[in-house]
Design a protein around this ligand. Structure first.
Ligand SMILES: Cc1cc2nc3c(=O)[nH]c(=O)nc-3n(C[C@H](O)[C@H](O)[C@H](O)COP(=O)(O)OP(=O)(O)OC[C@H]3O[C@@H](n4cnc5c(N)ncnc54)[C@H](O)[C@@H]3O)c2cc1C
Length: 381
């Protein structure tokens, strides 16, 4: 009887756990270990921010994994021994016959250290009540949405947040007194999608009176004065800062033998195998190099990798089919008025990713809603 440990209960971990459950004999055990006892899709935070739907409505408890014959242990993983397929956790030591590592990413500490006091982490669910309170109090001034570094999760999300927030302020009749500005350290809004898609997105922002600052690196924040200082001596005054810190590898991964020089795991980009036998790594905790940069840190890719890794681990244990990832995927780009565009294509193509923007429509918005519901239902009903 085999026992597989799935580290993490996000996109990668849940996709892997269910695929393992499908492929392994009934008597084998699949155990998901995660710090958080809940799952929601990342974009549900933006719907909450925009006042479209509370985050709780799209949140499901991981204890429901038991209904599908998958064990769930809520604990913090404090050590990983890949060769022994063992993890140290706050709930004790767990050992399996194979392991899928899907621990996501955390935030770059130097970026997080700049936040607080009117400067919120836009991506952090726990920041939402504070953001709402600050927004409700605001009658005039400026909201600055600022990407602090790269890589960061889901490249379009800060711009989607900007557009949805602008729409909210407009609906509430406050937009004429509140300026909306978005900044990025990159030369384009969406480098991963190329210049055409970036220009399209910048046009969408500018058409709505949003100021777009490219090549702006946040250096410091003067909370008392309400000033964000960028490189080259540039400053922007703001009354509310919604910041997106750069992603960083979870410390437990950076400290493990699985980590490469930068602290991320760099598995095989097609099979997601790591250097340790029967240990796979998927999702945001990995660094997958592409021809020009790296595979975006997105749930779509974490999920695809989770399924492939699970299939390959099942084959390691019992033989059978093996799968490889072809690099194809997509990112949603949500625009106001319940419109969604997608950036779709081959992210592994050479000499550069071959991805295209499909124009926005309401059918794609409905598909995005359905995409979320399918995952909540298939994984955690
Ligand atoms: C605002 C926003 C919008 C987004 N929109 C999209 C979108 O439209 N499309 C898209 O594809 N992606 C989107 N994303 C990105 C997406 O949410 C992430 O890329 C995805 O969640 C990554 O999946 P993962 O499984 O690698 O990690 P996660 O989903 O982050 O899961 C990590 C898991 O590991 C657990 N964990 C971490 N450290 C430990 C530890 N030490 N011990 C125990 N457990 C631990 C966590 O509790 C969690 O269960 C968005 C993200 C944000 C923030």
């Amino acid at each position: 009887m085999a026992h597989v440990l799935v580290l993490g209960g996000g996109f990668g971990g849940l996709a892997a756990a269910h695929e393992l459950r499908r492929r392994l004999p009934r008597g084998d055990e699949v155990t998901v270990v995660a710090m958080s006892d809940k799952f929601f899709v990342g974009f549900a935070k933006l719907w909450d921010l925009a006042g479209l739907r509370p985050l709780l409505d799209g949140t499901r408890p991981l204890e429901r994994l038991a209904n599908r014959g998958i064990n769930f242990v809520q604990a913090e993983i404090t050590g990983i021994d890949p060769a022994g397929h063992t993890v140290e956790t706050t709930a004790g030591t767990l050992t399996g016959d194979g392991m899928i590592v899907a621990l996501g990413a955390t935030y770059r500490p130097a970026n997080s250290a700049l936040l607080g006091d009117g400067a919120f982490n836009l991506y952090h669910a726990a920041a939402l009540p504070g953001i709402h309170a600050a927004l409700e109090e605001m009658t005039e001034g400026r909201v600055l949405i600022s990407i602090m570094g790269a890589p960061y999760l889901c490249p379009p999300a800060p711009f989607e947040a900007t557009l949805l927030l602008e729409e909210r302020l407009r609906k509430e009749g406050r937009r004429d007194r509140i300026d909306v500005t978005v900044s990025t350290p990159a030369p384009l809004t969406l480098p991963v999608a190329g210049p055409d898609a970036s220009r399209y997105l910048a046009d969408q922002l500018v058409e709505r009176g949003i100021t777009v600052l490219t090549e702006h690196h946040v250096e410091s924040i003067d909370h008392a004065a309400g000033v964000v200082r960028f490189d080259r001596g540039r400053t922007v005054e703001c009354d509310l800062l919604l910041a997106v810190p750069a992603a960083a590898p979870p410390p437990v991964i950076a400290a493990s033998r699985l980590a490469g020089a930068d602290g991320w795991i760099e598995p095989n980009k097609r099979t997601f195998a790591t250097s340790a036998a029967r240990v796979y790594a998927v999702g945001d905790c990995t660094l997958i190099r592409t021809a020009t940069a790296q595979l975006p840190k997105a749930g779509v890719f974490a999920e695809a990798a989770g399924r492939i890794a699970a299939t390959n681990l099942a084959a390691d244990l019992y033989g059978g089919v093996r799968l490889t990832f072809d690099g194809y995927g997509f990112c949603f780009l949500e625009l106001p008025g319940q419109q969604v565009a997608t950036v779709t294509g081959d992210f592994y193509a050479k000499p550069r990713p071959d991805v295209r923007l499909t124009p926005p429509d309401t059918a794609s918005f409905a598909a995005k809603q359905q995409w979320e519901q399918d995952r909540l239902t298939d994984w955690l009903d």
